[in-house]
Design a protein around this ligand. Structure first.
Ligand SMILES: [Zn+2]
Length: 341
């Protein structure tokens, strides 16, 4: 009876198990939303629409789970054979599992404490500043009726709109303002933190220019979610170094659009990384590709992005791919060479 399994297969199994667990937690979250909607007292005019939307999200997740279950069959059979042979080092497994659970718990508590503290201080400072400003303006400024409506804040407005209209409902993806949007003479600036669960965290310093209706990224930094944890640190380091490099090219292409479209392109691109460690490459259909003896296997870290098409190319027979297509770096370069991009 076959009971050996190659390291590459085991790595794929782990990746499959990981994505299945993620689906389970997404099912829980979509079920929670669905229940909340059904139980809510206020059923607005779009209740029917929301109801079928939420129900579809649950159905979709369940379908994903059943297909992922198929992928796990091999691994489960192998586990059963190994379990029958009973050749495990139980003491080691138990201590490793306990250690990891404890670490996870500490990290979670820290995150919780930090975000609560930050919120508290933030709102306190804001309240104080607003109070002081009101006091001051009542002395310094002439009391005039507000004739001009306050300027619409670009990032606040459109990030909100993207989250409610464009973000896929079944993906855990958050955007927080690390520095609130500030109006400048020419437009506004802000610093945001993007977090795609289990894949990446990005910090971005952004500026909106009103006259040219354009967007600039002043600084950015893309990291792994668990980077501080020293978990698979080497390989993660390289993956995110490569994503950072790629972002330079990607931003250049996706920011030549008008500001709102540029912002949407960027958010679409980041959300397409939600399956960084689980999606197979479009070209070679594999998840892990051997990189080097030092870094071993890497997932496909390229997600294609929105790009303005050159006019001459319009009747080229090669259909352009939708943004968000998954590639290994090497497969992507190959694809670009083949299509002379
Ligand atoms: Zn590939």
């Amino acid at each position: 009876m076959m009971s050996t399994r190659e390291p590459a297969e085991i790595e794929r199994d782990i990746s499959n198990i990981d994505s299945t667990l993620l689906t389970v937690s997404e099912i829980r979250s979509s079920l929670k939303y669905f229940t909340k909607l059904v139980q809510s007292d206020k059923k607005g005019p779009n209740f029917v629409h929301l109801f079928s939307d939420r129900l579809n999200a649950v159905k979709r997740d369940l379908n994903t789970l059943s297909s992922q279950g198929e992928n796990l069959k091999g691994a489960l059979e192998h586990a059963q054979i190994v379990a029958n042979e009973n050749k495990f080092n139980w003491a080691l497994i138990k201590s490793e599992a306990e250690k990891e659970a404890a670490e996870e718990e500490i990290r979670f508590r820290e995150e919780e404490a930090n975000s609560a503290k930050a919120k508290e201080t933030g709102s306190l400072v804001k309240a104080n500043a607003e109070y002081a400003y009101k006091q001051l303006s009542s002395i310094v400024l002439e009391q005039k009726p507000a004739l001009i409506a306050p300027p619409k804040l670009f990032f606040t407005t459109y990030i909100d709109q993207w989250m409610s209209q464009k973000k896929p409902t079944d993906i855990v993806f958050t955007i927080t303002f690390e520095e609130e949007e500030r109006v400048t003479f020419t437009g506004s600036t802000c610093r945001i933190k993007i977090c795609a669960r289990k894949s990446l965290v990005a910090n971005l310093e952004l500026e909106y220019e009103r006259n040219s209706d354009s967007l600039t990224v002043h600084q950015y930094d893309i990291k792994g979610v668990k980077e501080e944890k020293n978990f698979w640190q080497d390989s993660q380091y390289l993956v995110f170094q490569k994503v950072n490099l790629l972002a330079t090219d990607a931003f250049e292409d996706m920011l030549v659009f008008f500001a709102k479209e540029s912002l949407y392109n960027m958010l679409d691109w980041f959300v397409s990384y939600h399956d960084l460690f689980t999606a197979p490459c479009y070209r070679c259909h594999k998840i892990l590709q051997f990189d080097s003896p030092q870094y071993k296997y890497l997932p496909p870290m390229v997600r294609t992005w929105a790009k303005k098409l050159p006019v001459i190319d319009n009747d080229s027979p090669v259909a352009r791919q939708a943004p968000g297509t998954v590639y290994h770096m090497r497969c992507y370069i190959e694809y670009k060479n083949n299509h002379a991009m």
